[in-house]
Design a binder for this molecule. Structure first.
Ligand SMILES: *[C@@H]1O[C@H](CO)[C@@H](O)[C@H](O)[C@H]1NC(C)=O
Length: 439
């Protein structure tokens, strides 16, 4: 009779010496080595943290190719986020040296090959965030481990510049903007060129992201610069057509930033900004995050994409032909607009304070400004049609959140899907209504 304990020990030993692992991986920049973890019986994963996909970026410049390294790069720690304001916008965190990505590669009995690849673009209003996401007791929000394991896919998460360093623009060639979008594109191109060495299929890449990351995914499908680099895209709660995703008059905010930094606002402005230290530049990009029904927060997110004539040669609505060969899923959550409407009409979050219907009318008036009084009246009638004569406070408050959700997320998402469907051959899906936004 074989002793059961011995059998277990032998099996575990066998499992350990036979751990499926890529070991050292050759990339275009040099060799990298990650960490191999055991997930279960005949289940392992290689994790690579902090692989550079570009050089340290020049200030307000497109990312540059990494010069490469000698020896083996230990890819075992997340690198710093890109320089950004902290939550209270009172100081900064992160570094300009931030163009790194992370890779999770699942293995069964043998080392994986030709796996599908999913590339994650984080959100955070183009102002904040990092490739690894928020960290709670060493649990990183955007760890790719769970998706990689359950889906048997390679997960990649990428860093990109945010805030002024990622998106400040004068609206002309002197400071065209979109640096953060170029970073994302550069990371996607790196994955396309290198992922085969990690067991991935470069012809089966899906780009996905949430909020500003969802809008970023949408921009990556619309730019002419990504042709052939990825096959599929998923936008969660954000598309290029969202009212906050593009700033059509970026110079105004660039001048506000310049004034805060004691820079002139004439033709010496850009030179002065480029000489300013990066932390001050970042802090000067702080936004006032208080809104009102007459001046809603959605119009205050000044650091966003620009129509720069290069990454975005035209209005996003006119670029869907570039996405014709990309399979696309876009969706939103119930109450996605809550964060915004709660800042514009704080009483909706208070059980003790009544919300005046007049506040709702004023918010609708702001959203329908271009359509004049007839537009406002029409919208008001639509949203109150089921109210009856004496709507409860709950009804009024929920209607305001619905209005915000429709304007800020749902209608632009539907519009993007219709435009995608009109231009594309593959299948288009529209999904919403199942989930409620948590934060
Ligand atoms: C990509 O991977 C998915 C999941 O394994 C698979 O269903 C799909 O057919 C693949 N597509 C291509 C183009 O290989």
């Amino acid at each position: 009779m074989v002793n059961l304990g011995v059998l277990v020990v032998v099996t575990l030993f066998w499992e350990t010496i036979n751990a499926a692992t890529l070991g050292v991986v050759y990339t275009e920049g040099g060799m990298v080595e990650g960490t191999n973890i055991r997930l279960g019986f005949r289940r392992h994963m290689d994790v690579f943290k902090g692989i550079p996909f570009a050089d340290i970026p020049g200030r307000f410049e497109k990312p540059k190719r990494h010069p490469g390294w000698d020896g083996i790069l230990k890819a075992t720690e997340f690198r710093k986020r890109c320089l950004q304001v902290n939550l209270l916008m009172t100081s900064t965190r992160g570094s300009e040296d931030c163009l790194y990505l992370n890779i999770w590669v699942p293995h069964g009995r043998s080392v994986s090959a030709d796996l599908p690849v999913m590339v994650w673009i984080f959100g955070g209003g183009f102002l904040a965030g990092g490739s690894m996401g928020a960290n709670f007791l060493s649990n990183y929000l955007y760890s790719g481990q769970e998706i990689a394991d359950r889906g048997d896919v390679i997960v990649v998460t990428l860093g990109y510049r945010v805030g002024t360093l990622g998106f400040l623009s004068t609206g002309d060639a002197s400071l065209p903007g979109n640096y953060g979008l170029w970073d994302q594109h550069t990371a996607i191109a790196w994955v396309h060129r290198n992922i085969r060495s990690f067991g991935g299929d470069p012809d089966n890449i899906t780009v996905f992201g949430e909020s500003a990351g969802g809008a970023s995914v949408s921009f990556q499908t619309l730019t002419p610069h990504n042709k052939g680099l990825f096959k599929r895209a998923i936008s969660q709660s954000g598309v290029a057509l969202c009212p906050w995703a593009v700033n059509r008059n970026p110079r105004r905010f660039a001048e506000e930033v310049a004034i805060k930094l004691n820079c002139p606002t004439d033709d010496r402005m850009v030179a002065c900004l480029k000489m300013t230290d990066p932390a001050s530049l970042t802090l000067a990009g702080s936004l006032s995050l208080s809104g009102s029904p007459d001046n809603p927060i959605v119009y205050k997110l000044a650091l966003a994409a620009t129509i720069d004539g290069d990454f975005l040669p035209d209005e996003p609505s006119k670029l869907f032909h570039n996405a014709a060969n990309v399979d696309y899923i876009a969706g939103i959550n119930n109450m996605d607009g809550h964060l915004f409407t709660g800042l514009d009409v704080p009483s909706i979050n208070s059980p003790l304070v009544d919300t005046a219907v007049e506040d709702m009318r004023r918010l609708l008036g702001s959203y329908t400004k271009e359509k004049g009084k007839a537009g406002l009246d029409n919208a008001f009638t639509t949203y109150t049609s089921t109210w009856g004569t004496n709507p409860s406070q709950q009804t009024i408050k929920k209607t305001i959140v619905e209005i915000g959700t429709d304007y800020i997320f749902l209608v632009p998402t539907q519009a993007a899907l219709y435009l995608h469907a009109a231009n594309a051959t593959p299948t288009v899906w529209l999904a919403w209504g199942g989930l409620t936004r948590a934060g």
